[in-house]
Design a binder for this molecule. Sequence first.
Ligand code: HEM
Length: 156
Amino acid sequence: MYDYAKLLHLIAGIVWMGGMTFMLFALRPAAMASMEAQPRAVLMGQVWQRFYVWVLVSVVVLFGTGTHLYTSTFRAARLATGNGSVPLGWNVMLVLGVTMMLVFGHIFFSGFKKYKRAIAAEQWPLAAKAGGLMHKMTLLNFALGWLAIISVRLLR
Ligand code: HEM
């Protein structure tokens, strides 16, 4: 069970982190370099609409499997030694992982909602403003994701 949960956890992490890598470092710069503001705003809206479904699924899987990995090990350690303890990196992953999920919630439920409303009203400067904020929050999540992964591997 533990191994399957860890495999699912890894797959969901790869989907989210890989999607952010592609969006931040390939799709967005290419769209900025080669498209007018208006069609670019429509394209990014369509891209996010699809990508965020994958992120939502990844968030559910990461949270479910992550808490299972954490709590099952914590309980086993408590049974074996009387006090449950897990590596420091696991606690860092828990905190950073939950922070990433909250940041994504903000991107999805606030930023993207504003973005879609601006596109529907053909308010292009407003769409650009909302999109810029979503971009910054995605950069933050990308950095937090790598910090969490480095911590879970290196901090004992
Ligand atoms: C509620 C949030 C999270 C919790 C509680 C959690 C918990 C854990 C735990 C306990 C492990 C260690 C498993 C082990 O070594 O046997 C782990 C590993 C891992 N987690 Fe998370 N995690 C969370 C969120 C995330 C997020 C958001 C990402 C990336 C986007 C992520 C990516 C990974 C990766 C890649 C590993 C594997 C590292 C390795 O190979 O040892 N996790 N996680």
